[in-house]
Design a protein around this ligand. Structure first.
Ligand code: 4NP
Length: 165
């Protein structure tokens, strides 16, 4: 079993679970997490029971595809980045779990609650850390984000498979 320290909130509706991923622009971090998490869910046979969305607190990139560096990093690792279009966070209507990429994103959506936490609260290596914004940095930042996202998504899927649906 994958170790973790954070418990998942219970589903609002038994048998289905909604996860909302939030960053600033919705073109780098939360889209990378979105694509990887959906892939892991499909591998685990949970794709029809867990719905993933992503959004950004800012509106600058709404409707745009992923940042080309984020897309290239995903594609090089075998994921499909092409379907993403950026959306703006509009408040948590009915997600079971809202996961912010960093503390500024978390503050911008109203802070922690029983259903709102940091994505990396589920990171088995460094729980409670932020996913750093790679937008103004070089390509290595995107590789680092992918590594964090991959191991955290695996832990999250293990938790979802055990208790959330
Ligand atoms: P993200 O990265 O929040 O991981 O999508 C950013 C994308 C765009 C901007 C900032 C961060 N921006 O300022 O446009």
């Amino acid at each position: 079993m994958t170790p973790r320290t954070t418990e998942l909130p219970q589903p609002r509706r038994p048998g289905s679970y909604r996860v909302a991923l939030v960053c600033l622009g919705n073109i780098c971090r939360s889209p990378m997490a979105h694509v990887v998490l959906e892939e892991r869910l499909a591998d685990a046979g949970l794709a029809d029971r867990v719905e993933v969305t992503s959004s950004g607190t800012g509106d600058w990139h709404v409707g745009n595809p992923m940042d080309r560096r984020a897309a290239a990093t995903l594609a090089a690792a075998g994921y499909d980045p092409t379907r993403h279009r950026a959306r703006q966070w509009g408040g948590n209507d009915d997600a079971d779990l809202v996961l912010a990429m960093d503390l500024a994103n978390l503050a911008d959506i109203g802070g922690r609650s029983d259903r709102v936490m940091l994505f990396r609260d589920f990171d088995p290596l460094e729980p409670g850390s932020e996913v750093p914004d790679p937008y103004y940095g070089g390509d290595s930042g995107f590789e680092e984000v992918l590594a964090m996202v991959e191991r955290t998504a695996s832990a999250l899927v293990a938790a979802l498979g055990e208790s959330a649906t």
